[in-house]
Design a protein around this ligand. Structure first.
Ligand code: SF4
Length: 431
C-alpha cells in the first residue's frame, strides 16, 4: 500500500517536472494537502506572508537574552537544555553561573559530574545535567570539540532530542531546521486549526512537518526564535493576545473563533498522594548521606536517608517553639506530621521508622527531632516530606548501601535535590 502510494507520488512529481516549475509546485502542494491536516488555503502565498509577518515582528520585538548574543553552539545548547521544562526568568541566573564556570565544551567535559550537578541544583530534571556532561565528553573526544551542524547528527548526542537539535542547527548555523516545543506547539496548532491531540503521534507528525515547511530558508535562526517568542509572549496558553498578534491575518483558529479551544487539552493525570520521611542521621557534627543511583529519581544527587511511609508508621508530634522562626520552611507550632498514637513519646521514633533506617543504613536511631515538613510535587505524585533529625546510637554502616558520613562543609558542596537543600539549610540554621 505504502509502496504503491509512493510510486504514485514519484510518478506525479516526475510528470509535473516535465511540465515545468509552476506545475510541479501545484502538484507538490496537492500531495502535501492530501497527506496532511493543513487547511486547504495554506499555499506558498500563505507561507510567504506568514514568514514576512514573523520576521517583521522579530526585527521590532525580538528579546535580548544572554544566549542570543552569539551564535556559539555551546551556549545555545546549554541554554536550550536548561530551558526545557523551565521558564526564561528562572534560567537566566543559572545560565550565567554555568557559563562563567564552564565557558566552553572542553571545560565542561573536564569537570566532575558532581560539579555540574551542583550548579544545576534547583533547576530540576537532573538527567539533563548528566546528559549535558556526557555529550560534552563525546563532542570533545570524538568530534574534536566541534559541534555537528545538521539536526540529524546533533540528535545522536546524549540528551539532544529533535527540538534541541533543530534549535542548535538553526540558531547556531542558520540551517532551516524544524522546531516544535511547548510554545510553538500551541502557536502552530492554532495557526493551522489542528483538530487532533498535538501531543499524539499524528499531531506531532503534522506539527513537525508544518514546522519544516514554514521555516525561513534565509533567516532560519531569526524565524525560529521569533515563532518561539510569539508563542510565549503573544499566543499565550490562556487569553491569547489576538488583537495585537502579528499573525492574526494568517491564523485559522482566530478566523473560526476557536483560539481558546485549540490546542486540544490533554487529559489530566491522576494525582497520587505520597508521604515520605527524610532522616538526617547525625553523628558528632556529621550527617549520613548517599549518592542516588542511576535507576532512582534525582540520580547523581546526594540525599539524607529517605523512604516512603505507610499509614501504620504514623504518630503526632509537637514542633519545638524555636523552629518557628528558623529558615524559610519552618513549621507553625503545632504540626501534625503523623496520625495520633499517644503511646509513643514525642522524642521516640516509631519502631517501624527506626527499623527502616536500620535496614537501609545499618545504623540504630531511636529518638528524633522534627525539623520541617515540605510539600512538593514530582510528576503525578503529590509528596509530603517529613524531615527529622536523629542521633546515631549504634551500629555499623551497611556494606554496599553507599552511605557515608559527611561534614557540614561537604553538605554545602555536594549537589542535593531542592528539598534536600532546604532540609540541609534548616539543619545549619537550627544548630
Ligand atoms: S491570532 Fe491569536 S490564536 Fe492566532 S496565533 Fe495570534 S495570538 Fe495565537
Amino acid at each position: 500500500m505504502v509502496a504503491t502510494l509512493w510510486r504514485v507520488i514519484t510518478l506525479s512529481l516526475a510528470f509535473a517536472r516535465q511540465l515545468g516549475g509552476q506545475c510541479q509546485r501545484i502538484v507538490t502542494e496537492r500531495i502535501l494537502r492530501k497527506m496532511s491536516a493543513y487547511p486547504k488555503d495554506l499555499d506558498q502565498g500563505w507561507r510567504r506572508r506568514l514568514r514576512s509577518r514573523v520576521l517583521r515582528w522579530y526585527d521590532q520585538n525580538g528579546r535580548k537574552l544572554p544566549w542570543r548574543e552569539s551564535a556559539d553552539p555551546y551556549r545555545i545548547w546549554v541554554s536550550e537544555i536548561m530551558l526545557q521544562q523551565t521558564t526564561v526568568a528562572a534560567v537566566v541566573p543559572y545560565f550565567e553561573r554555568f557559563i562563567e564556570r564552564f565557558p566552553d565544551v572542553r571545560r565542561l567535559a573536564e569537570a566532575e559530574q558532581d560539579q555540574v550537578l551542583h550548579l544545576w541544583e534547583g533547576l530540576g530534571y537532573y538527567s539533563r545535567a548528566r546528559n549535558l556532561h556526557k555529550a560534552a565528553g563525546v563532542v570533545v573526544h570524538e568530534m574534536n570539540s566541534r559541534f555537528p551542524e545538521s539536526a540529524d547528527e546533533l540528535e545522536q548526542l546524549p540528551g539532544i532530542g529533535p527540538y534541541t537539535a533543530g534549535a542548535i542547527s538553526s540558531f547556531a548555523f542558520n540551517r532551516p531546521a524544524a522546531i516544535v516545543e511547548a510554545n510553538t506547539l500551541r502557536l502552530f496548532s492554532r495557526l493551522i486549526e489542528l483538530d487532533i491531540d498535538p501531543r499524539g503521534i499524528q499531531g506531532q507528525k503534522k506539527l513537525w512537518k508544518f514546522a519544516g515547511w514554514i521555516v525561513s530558508r534565509k533567516r532560519a535562526a531569526d524565524f525560529n526564535q521569533a515563532v518561539m517568542d510569539i508563542g510565549s509572549q503573544v499566543c499565550c496558553p490562556v487569553d491569547p493576545k489576538c488583537s495585537t498578534c502579528p499573525l492574526m491575518p494568517s491564523c485559522k483558529s482566530f478566523e473560526q473563533g476557536r483560539q481558546s479551544e485549540i490546542p486540544l487539552k490533554k487529559p489530566k493525570p491522576k494525582i497520587t498522594d505520597v508521604t515520605e520521611v527524610s532522616v538526617a542521621v547525625r553523628k558528632g557534627g556529621r550527617y549520613l548521606l548517599r549518592q542516588r543511583t542511576d535507576s532512582e529519581r534525582w540520580a547523581g544527587l546526594w540525599d539524607f536517608v529517605r523512604f516512603e511511609v505507610r499509614d501504620e508508621d504514623v504518630v503526632t508530634v509537637q514542633m519545638p517553639e524555636r523552629r518557628q522562626t528558623k529558615g524559610p520552611a519552618a513549621l507553625p507550632g503545632q504540626q501534625s506530621l503523623f496520625a495520633d498514637d499517644s503511646a509513643i513519646a514525642l522524642s521516640q521514633l516509631p519502631p517501624s521508622l527506626s527499623a527502616r533506617v536500620n535496614d537501609l543504613t545499618g545504623t540504630m536511631v531511636r529518638s528524633y527531632e522534627p525539623v520541617t515538613e515540605i510539600r512538593h510535587a514530582v510528576t503525578r505524585y503529590r509528596i509530603r516530606l517529613l524531615c527529622l533529625v536523629c542521633n546515631f546510637e549504634d551500629g555499623r554502616l551497611k556494606q554496599g548501601a553507599g552511605y557515608q558520613w559527611c561534614s557540614r562543609n561537604q553538605l554545602r558542596e555536594l549537589p542535593l535535590s531542592t528539598t534536600g537543600r532546604r532540609f540541609a539549610e534548616l539543619l545549619d540554621a537550627c544548630r
